[in-house]
Design a binder for this molecule. Structure first.
Ligand code: AMP
Ligand code: MG
Length: 326
């Protein structure tokens, strides 16, 4: 059950597959928190790939058969995801469902699937076979066996939706933390900048390698440490290459995005992770006021142009890479 911490007006609950906290620092009431969490649960009910009655599961069950009408929420998030699929040429692909299900990373008893199964699942991943009809608000997956998975973008959408609720409730200052997708809202009472820690990908949760400091913003990280298993000394994590059918293997351990829009930051963190440093930096140029921080296995930190204005490195075992994109 959700726990309410009355002294500081914050609420924590397990939603969207993760621990979510909303902390009101100035303005708002318990009703604000109730509305925020009920919104989170609605989004989960509609977009989870693990609930039989969600929009997403219904679309998946009807793959190759017929279009399914979905809620406005779900339609919007799928449209956004498709936009990123188009822009990244399928590096980001919301039809990654068959690979996600096959690998089942995070389930507890994972092993590397047989190659034939990986190839078969990979063949079903193709964003071009997703048909959206705006007039009927339906979604159709053309091939049987195809499946949507919005795990790379739904939390970002959810954070933006809570932002709207905070605005409606005239909240002046708040922190939204959806399992490490952090959104700081409004301004702090003392008017100082917000500070958001970037998780050290190789240590305990809550240990930061650096700090992002700015006004209202969202910081979203995609990392190999979120969900993974180890087999024969090799790490298999949850961000899939739609090219190989295996987890992306490009020396990155995390990518963080700083932005005003959480849905974009969420999609971008995953997309840039898949694209890698070179292509990712190039890709990011089309997004103004959006910064990226890439971390590789050798503890090099790569900043996108302008990111140095908001990011400060703290952990001495990391260093700025020789190659600069700034
Ligand atoms: P994130 O933590 O935001 O980077 O999202 C990772 C999640 O997105 C995974 O757990 C999958 O559910 C899904 N996913 C994995 N690979 C991809 C991909 N290439 N494109 C889109 N979504 C993906
Ligand atoms: Mg993401």
């Amino acid at each position: 059950p959700p726990s309410l911490h009355a002294e500081e007006l914050s609420m924590t609950d397990f939603v969207l597959g993760t621990v979510c906290t909303v902390r009101l620092m100035e303005g708002g009431s318990k009703a604000t928190l109730d509305e925020a969490f009920s919104r989170l649960r609605t989004i989960e009910d509609r977009m989870s790939a693990n609930r039989d009655d969600s929009d997403i599961s219904q679309v998946n069950v009807m793959a190759g058969k017929k279009p399914v009408k979905v809620s406005e929420d779900t339609f919007y998030v799928i449209s956004k995801a498709l936009e990123y699929a188009r822009l990244t040429n399928g590096a980001f692909d919301p039809s990654v469902g068959p690979l996600v299900k096959l690998w089942n990373i995070g389930s507890g008893d994972e092993k590397v699937p047989p190659t034939e199964k990986i190839m078969a699942a990979k063949a079903l991943v193709d964003w071009r076979q997703i048909v959206l009809d705006t007039t009927t608000r339906t979604v159709f997956l053309k091939k049987p066996g195809m499946a949507l998975d919005l795990g790379a973008i739904a939390k970002g959408y959810a954070a933006d939706e809570i932002e709207k609720i905070l605005l409606n409730h005239k909240v002046k200052s708040a922190v939204i933390d959806l399992g490490g997708n952090v959104f700081v809202f409004g301004s702090k009472k003392d008017k100082s900048s917000w500070r958001i820690g970037i998780q050290n990908p190789e240590s305990e949760r809550g240990e930061y390698l650096g700090i992002v400091s700015a006004g209202q913003m969202t910081v979203v990280t995609s990392g190999v440490y979120e969900r993974y298993f180890i087999e024969n000394g090799k790490r298999y994590h949850h961000i899939m290459s739609t090219q190989t059918g295996f987890p992306v293997d490009n020396d990155l351990i995390s990518v963080s995005i700083v932005s005003k829009s959480s849905i974009d930051a969420d999609a971008l963190s995953t997309a840039l992770f898949v694209l890698g440093i070179e292509k990712g930096m190039e890709f990011l140029k089309q997004f103004p006021d959006t910064y990226a921080i890439f971390i590789d296995k050798d503890h090099n930190v790569y900043l996108s142009p302008g990111a140095g204005k908001v990011f400060t490195l703290q952990d001495k075992s990391y260093r700025y890479a020789e190659k600069c994109y700034c």
